[in-house]
Design a protein around this ligand. Structure first.
Ligand SMILES: Nc1ncnc2c1ncn2[C@@H]1O[C@H](COP(=O)(O)OP(=O)(O)O)[C@@H](O)[C@H]1O
Ligand SMILES: [Mg+2]
Length: 238
Protein backbone atom coordinates (compact mmCIF):
# COMPACT_ATOMS: atom_id res chain seq x y z
CA UNK A 1 0.00 0.00 0.00
CA UNK A 2 2.82 2.34 0.96
CA UNK A 3 3.97 2.34 -2.63
CA UNK A 4 0.63 3.21 -4.21
CA UNK A 5 0.82 5.84 -6.93
CA UNK A 6 -1.22 8.98 -6.25
CA UNK A 7 -0.47 10.41 -9.69
CA UNK A 8 1.03 8.99 -12.87
CA UNK A 9 1.88 11.09 -15.89
CA UNK A 10 2.92 9.59 -19.19
CA UNK A 11 4.58 11.43 -22.06
CA UNK A 12 2.82 14.63 -21.23
CA UNK A 13 2.91 17.43 -23.76
CA UNK A 14 1.34 20.80 -23.02
CA UNK A 15 1.19 23.53 -25.61
CA UNK A 16 -0.48 26.91 -25.34
CA UNK A 17 -1.62 28.73 -28.46
CA UNK A 18 0.27 32.00 -28.85
CA UNK A 19 -0.03 34.30 -31.81
CA UNK A 20 -0.31 32.10 -34.90
CA UNK A 21 1.66 29.23 -33.34
CA UNK A 22 2.06 27.62 -29.96
CA UNK A 23 4.32 27.65 -26.95
CA UNK A 24 5.46 24.33 -25.44
CA UNK A 25 5.17 24.59 -21.64
CA UNK A 26 5.77 20.88 -20.90
CA UNK A 27 7.61 18.54 -23.21
CA UNK A 28 7.50 14.75 -22.79
CA UNK A 29 7.10 14.66 -19.02
CA UNK A 30 6.78 11.19 -17.49
CA UNK A 31 6.50 10.91 -13.70
CA UNK A 32 5.02 8.83 -10.89
CA UNK A 33 4.16 10.37 -7.52
CA UNK A 34 3.65 7.90 -4.70
CA UNK A 35 1.56 7.96 -1.57
CA UNK A 36 3.17 9.88 1.33
CA UNK A 37 5.68 11.60 -0.91
CA UNK A 38 6.81 15.11 -0.01
CA UNK A 39 7.89 16.33 -3.40
CA UNK A 40 8.80 19.61 -4.99
CA UNK A 41 8.71 20.70 -8.60
CA UNK A 42 11.62 23.08 -8.69
CA UNK A 43 12.84 25.27 -11.50
CA UNK A 44 13.12 28.84 -12.73
CA UNK A 45 10.10 31.00 -13.39
CA UNK A 46 8.41 29.89 -16.61
CA UNK A 47 9.75 26.32 -16.46
CA UNK A 48 6.25 24.80 -16.30
CA UNK A 49 5.73 24.14 -12.56
CA UNK A 50 2.28 25.71 -12.28
CA UNK A 51 1.18 24.16 -15.57
CA UNK A 52 2.14 20.71 -14.28
CA UNK A 53 0.36 21.22 -10.93
CA UNK A 54 -2.75 22.44 -12.73
CA UNK A 55 -2.75 19.35 -14.94
CA UNK A 56 -2.31 17.01 -11.96
CA UNK A 57 -5.19 18.85 -10.26
CA UNK A 58 -7.38 18.42 -13.34
CA UNK A 59 -7.67 22.20 -13.70
CA UNK A 60 -6.03 22.10 -17.10
CA UNK A 61 -5.72 19.28 -19.64
CA UNK A 62 -2.69 18.04 -21.54
CA UNK A 63 -2.25 18.47 -25.30
CA UNK A 64 -0.93 14.91 -25.48
CA UNK A 65 -0.17 12.17 -22.98
CA UNK A 66 -2.07 10.59 -20.13
CA UNK A 67 -2.65 11.64 -16.53
CA UNK A 68 -3.90 9.31 -13.84
CA UNK A 69 -4.70 10.83 -10.45
CA UNK A 70 -5.89 8.89 -7.40
CA UNK A 71 -6.87 5.95 -9.57
CA UNK A 72 -8.75 7.99 -12.18
CA UNK A 73 -7.64 8.47 -15.78
CA UNK A 74 -8.34 12.20 -16.13
CA UNK A 75 -8.74 12.17 -19.90
CA UNK A 76 -11.74 9.87 -19.49
CA UNK A 77 -13.49 12.00 -16.88
CA UNK A 78 -15.98 14.81 -17.28
CA UNK A 79 -15.49 18.31 -15.92
CA UNK A 80 -17.92 17.43 -13.11
CA UNK A 81 -16.10 14.22 -12.19
CA UNK A 82 -12.81 16.09 -11.98
CA UNK A 83 -14.40 18.75 -9.79
CA UNK A 84 -15.71 16.02 -7.49
CA UNK A 85 -12.30 14.34 -7.34
CA UNK A 86 -10.75 17.67 -6.32
CA UNK A 87 -13.41 18.44 -3.75
CA UNK A 88 -13.29 15.04 -2.07
CA UNK A 89 -9.68 13.94 -2.37
CA UNK A 90 -7.43 16.90 -3.09
CA UNK A 91 -6.40 20.10 -1.34
CA UNK A 92 -4.98 23.24 -2.94
CA UNK A 93 -2.72 25.87 -1.42
CA UNK A 94 -1.80 28.98 -3.40
CA UNK A 95 0.75 31.74 -3.06
CA UNK A 96 -2.03 34.31 -2.67
CA UNK A 97 -3.98 32.33 -0.02
CA UNK A 98 -7.34 32.88 -1.82
CA UNK A 99 -9.34 33.35 1.38
CA UNK A 100 -12.79 34.91 1.22
CA UNK A 101 -12.49 38.28 2.99
CA UNK A 102 -16.07 38.48 4.31
CA UNK A 103 -15.82 35.08 5.97
CA UNK A 104 -14.17 34.33 9.30
CA UNK A 105 -11.31 31.86 9.64
CA UNK A 106 -13.81 29.24 10.75
CA UNK A 107 -16.11 29.88 7.78
CA UNK A 108 -13.26 29.84 5.26
CA UNK A 109 -12.10 26.45 6.51
CA UNK A 110 -15.67 25.15 6.72
CA UNK A 111 -16.46 25.90 3.08
CA UNK A 112 -15.06 22.68 1.51
CA UNK A 113 -17.07 20.65 4.01
CA UNK A 114 -20.30 22.46 3.10
CA UNK A 115 -19.57 21.72 -0.56
CA UNK A 116 -19.02 18.08 0.41
CA UNK A 117 -22.37 18.09 2.28
CA UNK A 118 -20.88 17.18 5.65
CA UNK A 119 -23.37 17.57 8.54
CA UNK A 120 -23.04 20.65 10.73
CA UNK A 121 -21.93 18.90 13.92
CA UNK A 122 -19.25 16.91 12.13
CA UNK A 123 -18.19 20.05 10.23
CA UNK A 124 -17.72 21.90 13.47
CA UNK A 125 -15.45 19.18 14.84
CA UNK A 126 -13.44 18.85 11.64
CA UNK A 127 -12.88 22.62 11.30
CA UNK A 128 -11.76 22.94 14.91
CA UNK A 129 -9.41 20.02 14.51
CA UNK A 130 -7.90 21.45 11.31
CA UNK A 131 -7.39 24.82 13.02
CA UNK A 132 -5.69 23.05 15.90
CA UNK A 133 -3.37 21.36 13.43
CA UNK A 134 -2.19 24.73 12.13
CA UNK A 135 -2.18 26.45 15.53
CA UNK A 136 -5.01 28.90 14.88
CA UNK A 137 -7.60 27.84 17.43
CA UNK A 138 -7.51 31.33 18.97
CA UNK A 139 -8.29 33.08 15.64
CA UNK A 140 -11.43 31.16 14.82
CA UNK A 141 -13.65 34.27 14.52
CA UNK A 142 -11.11 36.59 12.90
CA UNK A 143 -11.47 37.75 9.32
CA UNK A 144 -8.50 37.52 6.91
CA UNK A 145 -7.87 41.29 7.08
CA UNK A 146 -7.07 40.92 10.79
CA UNK A 147 -4.50 38.17 10.20
CA UNK A 148 -0.79 38.24 9.38
CA UNK A 149 0.43 36.68 6.13
CA UNK A 150 1.57 33.59 8.01
CA UNK A 151 -1.82 33.25 9.69
CA UNK A 152 -3.61 33.65 6.34
CA UNK A 153 -1.48 30.88 4.86
CA UNK A 154 -2.12 28.66 7.90
CA UNK A 155 -5.85 29.25 7.41
CA UNK A 156 -5.44 28.25 3.76
CA UNK A 157 -3.60 25.08 4.83
CA UNK A 158 -6.41 24.24 7.26
CA UNK A 159 -8.93 24.73 4.43
CA UNK A 160 -6.84 22.50 2.14
CA UNK A 161 -6.64 19.63 4.63
CA UNK A 162 -9.92 19.89 6.58
CA UNK A 163 -11.53 17.11 4.51
CA UNK A 164 -8.42 14.91 4.91
CA UNK A 165 -7.42 14.80 1.24
CA UNK A 166 -4.99 12.18 -0.01
CA UNK A 167 -3.12 14.69 -2.13
CA UNK A 168 -2.28 18.35 -1.51
CA UNK A 169 -0.98 20.56 -4.33
CA UNK A 170 0.78 23.72 -3.17
CA UNK A 171 1.89 26.40 -5.62
CA UNK A 172 4.62 28.65 -4.17
CA UNK A 173 2.98 28.54 -0.73
CA UNK A 174 5.73 30.52 1.02
CA UNK A 175 6.32 33.14 -1.66
CA UNK A 176 4.62 35.88 0.36
CA UNK A 177 6.07 34.93 3.73
CA UNK A 178 9.17 35.86 5.70
CA UNK A 179 11.71 33.19 6.69
CA UNK A 180 10.26 32.46 10.12
CA UNK A 181 6.70 32.02 8.82
CA UNK A 182 7.94 29.95 5.87
CA UNK A 183 9.64 27.50 8.20
CA UNK A 184 6.58 27.33 10.44
CA UNK A 185 4.36 26.59 7.42
CA UNK A 186 6.72 23.87 6.22
CA UNK A 187 6.88 22.27 9.64
CA UNK A 188 3.07 22.07 9.71
CA UNK A 189 3.05 20.37 6.32
CA UNK A 190 5.80 17.92 7.30
CA UNK A 191 3.70 16.98 10.35
CA UNK A 192 0.56 16.48 8.24
CA UNK A 193 2.57 14.37 5.83
CA UNK A 194 3.94 12.19 8.61
CA UNK A 195 0.88 11.85 10.80
CA UNK A 196 -1.97 11.82 8.27
CA UNK A 197 0.02 10.28 5.38
CA UNK A 198 -1.03 13.17 3.15
CA UNK A 199 0.96 13.33 -0.09
CA UNK A 200 2.29 16.77 -1.00
CA UNK A 201 3.44 18.18 -4.32
CA UNK A 202 4.90 21.68 -4.17
CA UNK A 203 5.83 24.04 -6.95
CA UNK A 204 8.61 26.26 -5.69
CA UNK A 205 11.93 27.94 -6.20
CA UNK A 206 12.23 28.82 -2.51
CA UNK A 207 15.41 27.38 -0.94
CA UNK A 208 13.65 27.26 2.43
CA UNK A 209 11.06 24.82 1.06
CA UNK A 210 13.67 22.73 -0.72
CA UNK A 211 15.40 21.94 2.59
CA UNK A 212 12.29 20.01 3.68
CA UNK A 213 11.63 18.05 0.50
CA UNK A 214 12.30 14.34 0.22
CA UNK A 215 12.14 14.40 -3.53
CA UNK A 216 13.05 17.25 -5.85
CA UNK A 217 12.02 17.14 -9.49
CA UNK A 218 13.99 19.74 -11.40
CA UNK A 219 12.24 21.36 -14.34
CA UNK A 220 13.98 23.51 -16.86
CA UNK A 221 12.73 24.76 -20.17
CA UNK A 222 9.60 22.53 -20.16
CA UNK A 223 11.47 19.32 -19.32
CA UNK A 224 12.59 17.27 -16.33
CA UNK A 225 16.32 17.64 -15.92
CA UNK A 226 16.76 15.72 -12.65
CA UNK A 227 14.71 13.61 -10.24
CA UNK A 228 16.46 13.69 -6.89
CA UNK A 229 15.67 11.67 -3.75
CA UNK A 230 16.79 13.05 -0.42
CA UNK A 231 17.24 10.58 2.41
CA UNK A 232 17.48 13.05 5.29
CA UNK A 233 16.18 16.52 4.49
CA UNK A 234 17.86 19.14 6.66
CA UNK A 235 14.60 21.04 7.25
CA UNK A 236 14.39 23.98 9.68
CA UNK A 237 16.52 27.15 9.90
CA UNK A 238 20.25 26.45 10.05
N1 LIG B 1 -2.58 30.12 -20.56
C1 LIG B 1 -1.37 30.28 -21.09
N2 LIG B 1 -1.22 30.75 -22.36
C2 LIG B 1 0.01 30.91 -22.90
N3 LIG B 1 1.17 30.62 -22.27
C3 LIG B 1 1.08 30.17 -21.03
C4 LIG B 1 -0.19 29.97 -20.35
N4 LIG B 1 0.06 29.49 -19.11
C5 LIG B 1 1.40 29.40 -19.00
N5 LIG B 1 2.02 29.79 -20.14
C6 LIG B 1 3.47 29.80 -20.39
O1 LIG B 1 4.00 28.53 -20.08
C7 LIG B 1 5.26 28.65 -19.43
C8 LIG B 1 5.24 27.92 -18.11
O2 LIG B 1 4.41 28.62 -17.22
P1 LIG B 1 4.19 28.19 -15.73
O3 LIG B 1 3.77 26.78 -15.68
O4 LIG B 1 3.30 29.20 -15.10
O5 LIG B 1 5.68 28.31 -15.15
P2 LIG B 1 6.19 28.39 -13.64
O6 LIG B 1 5.07 28.09 -12.72
O7 LIG B 1 7.32 27.39 -13.59
O8 LIG B 1 6.71 29.78 -13.46
C9 LIG B 1 5.53 30.14 -19.29
O9 LIG B 1 6.39 30.55 -20.34
C10 LIG B 1 4.17 30.76 -19.46
O10 LIG B 1 4.25 32.05 -20.01
MG1 LIG C 1 4.18 29.17 -11.21
Amino acid sequence: MENTAVATINHLLKQFPVGGGFFTALNDVTLTFRKREFTGLVGPSGSGKTTLLNIIGGLDSPTEGTVNVLGKALDNTSHGERALLRRKHMGFIFQSYNLLPVYTVFENVELPLILNKVEEKERDEMVKEALEWVGLSDKINSRPAMLSGGECQRTAIARAIVHRPELVLADEPTANLDAENSHHIMEIMVKLNKELSTSFIFATHDEKIMAYLRRIIHLDDSQITEDEHIENPTGGPT
